[in-house]
Design a protein around this ligand. Sequence first.
Ligand code: SF4
Ligand code: SF4
Ligand code: FES
Length: 226
Amino acid sequence: MSGATEPELVTVEIMGKRYQVPDGMTVINTMWYTGHEIIRGVGCMGGVCGACATVYRTKDDFSLKVGLGCQMPIEDGMSFFMTPFYPAAKTNYKVEEIEHPKEELFKYFPEALNCRNCNACNKVCPQEIDIKGAVKDAVKGDFAAAADKALSCVMCGLCVSRCIAEMAPNLIALYARRNWSVFYATKHERLDKQIEHINNGDWDDEWAHIASLDEAGLKEFCKSRR
Ligand code: SF4
Ligand code: SF4
Ligand code: FES
C-alpha cells in the first residue's frame, strides 16, 4: 500500500496552450514542468532580480494581472505568459561624467516631462512602488525622494509596458538613484576607509588564512571573532 498522495491536477494555459499540471507550483516551475526552456526570465528565484515578469489572467476575472513568476503560485484556470524583457529606450550616460545631474535629466530623458498622471505604472508594479511619484520627484529635482520611493524596484520593466507617455519610469528613477548616491548622499567615512584597506591589500593575509581553513577550523575562527 502506498502512503503517497497524488497531487491534485489543475489546468493552466501557457501562451495559449492548455496543460494539466500538479497544483502547488510557481509559474516558473510550471514552465519547466511543461518543457519550456527558460533561460532568459529566470534569475534569483527569490523575488529580487526582476527577471521573471509575468502577465496573467485568472478564471472568471477579465482583469489583466502581473507578478513575478518565481513568486506566484499557479491556480486552476490561470492563463499566463512570461515577459523577461520589455523594450525600453535605454539612454547611455556615465554618472561620473555628469556635471549638472538635475538639469541633465532632461537631456537624457526629455520624455520625463510627458507624464500624464494616469497611474498605470503604479497599478502594474508588483513591488507596489509609487513609481509615478518617483518620476515626479526626479523631474522636480528631488532625487533623494525619488531614490527613496524606487528603492525596491527590481527592474522588471512592467511599468514600461503600460506607460501611455511611452517612457521608462524605472530608468528615470534609476537615473535619480544613481546621481543621488554619487553626488548628494552623505558620504560614509568608515566605508571609504574599509575600501581603502581592501585596495591596499591590508587583509589579504587574513583572507588567505580563512580560505585555507576546513569546516572545523572555520567554526573555531568564527567563535574567536564573536
Ligand atoms: S517600478 Fe517598474 S520596473 Fe520597478 S518593480 Fe515596479 S514595475 Fe518593475
Ligand atoms: S504610466 Fe507613464 S504617464 Fe502614466 S503615471 Fe506612470 S509615468 Fe506617468
Ligand atoms: S527570478 Fe528573480 S525575481 Fe523572479
